[in-house]
Design a protein around this ligand. Sequence first.
Ligand SMILES: NC(=O)c1ccc[n+]([C@@H]2O[C@H](COP(=O)([O-])OP(=O)(O)OC[C@H]3O[C@@H](n4cnc5c(N)ncnc54)[C@H](O)[C@@H]3O)[C@@H](O)[C@H]2O)c1
Ligand SMILES: [Zn+2]
Length: 364
Amino acid sequence: MNKIKVNLDNRSYPIYIEPAIFKETAAILGQLDSGKEFFIITDSNVSPLYGDALLDSLRIAGLSAQSLVVPAGEHSKSLQVAEVLYTQLLAARATRQSTIIALGGGVIGDLAGFVAATLLRGVPFIQIPTTLLSQVDSSVGGKVGINHPLGKNLIGAFYQPQLVIIDPLVLKTLPLREIKAGLAEVIKYSFIANAGFFNQLSASITEIINFNDLNLVQDIISTCCQIKAEVVANDEREAGLRAILNFGHTIGHALETVTNYNYFLHGEAVTHGMRGALYLSFLHQNIDKDELTRACALIDNLEPPAIPPHITGEALVQAMSKDKKRSDKGQLWILLQKIGHYTMTRDVSANDIKKALDFVLTGQ
Ligand SMILES: NC(=O)c1ccc[n+]([C@@H]2O[C@H](COP(=O)([O-])OP(=O)(O)OC[C@H]3O[C@@H](n4cnc5c(N)ncnc54)[C@H](O)[C@@H]3O)[C@@H](O)[C@H]2O)c1
Ligand SMILES: [Zn+2]
């Protein structure tokens, strides 16, 4: 079994990654000291695919288990849905020894993790991510939270899970569009942290998208979790290094904002955003033309939806400046020194940003 450790003193935890490990979940959970009572929080799409099977297997193994199902979709990352879950958990007499299992994508991981962090001042929490994005990104690192009508992810906590169980096989039922959105984050890791990984992805991106080779998919998820685990171990609460995970996200978030969060999947907006960050890296004479071309060629395999023609560079600049107001130090840009090496700077001219946005919007 492939096991990666997230080193955080007494909050350290393992990530298990293996095809069909999902079937062994009951045996793994049965060995935990934290308690023998489990509440599975999942969504209406994942429940019939994997939730019922997990519930049955826990019960067959003699563990106490119940399933709480919320509607699929980002709307469930709300205080209202959290409150419904609090009520269900308290009515079922959950105690501090009850363990919450998040079974689903990033929405379920963030929501169930937030509920686990706050119910009875914190109950044990396990992540079983079922989307590529959640397997390579959101299930590792302990950021949990919900959205507020005034913005995404504004209410939350840092609350680490006890364990992360990743089964690449569950990705077989994930729509291709979601796979490609998750691959944006995969490619991001290669850009900021590992040139060898970039070469591996460039050579095999079609095979990965087509899901031809399960070992390859497992290998790629492991590399991403390893990189994320190292970053998080160095900067659990996002005081510095963790910002490198936002490569491509400054422009990506702006694209999500100006399209009201209902046009792009997050990873699709990040795909466009990374083209902008790469172009800025080129303008800053960090990466050369050849690297820019090779990096964009890898991204282009993801074929994100085109940016709607009414979106202008000015609208994106405005959206970025609103985002920036949350920090008084000005926009921090994560750029590439070269492929596989990040650099951070606040010193980016308005003119260069305009050129990078032109590159994003027009491809040149
Ligand atoms: N906490 C973090 O560090 C972090 C990092 C990145 C993103 N996020 C959050 O993650 C969320 C996005 O996560 P996501 O992209 O996984 O979206 P998601 O949880 O909405 O899942 C996407 C869709 O796939 C379905 N699904 C899940 N697993 C499936 C499977 N195996 N087969 C078929 N369908 C399946 C879901 O029901 C949903 O419809 C956002 O809310 C974002 O803010 C959090
Ligand atoms: Zn992201």
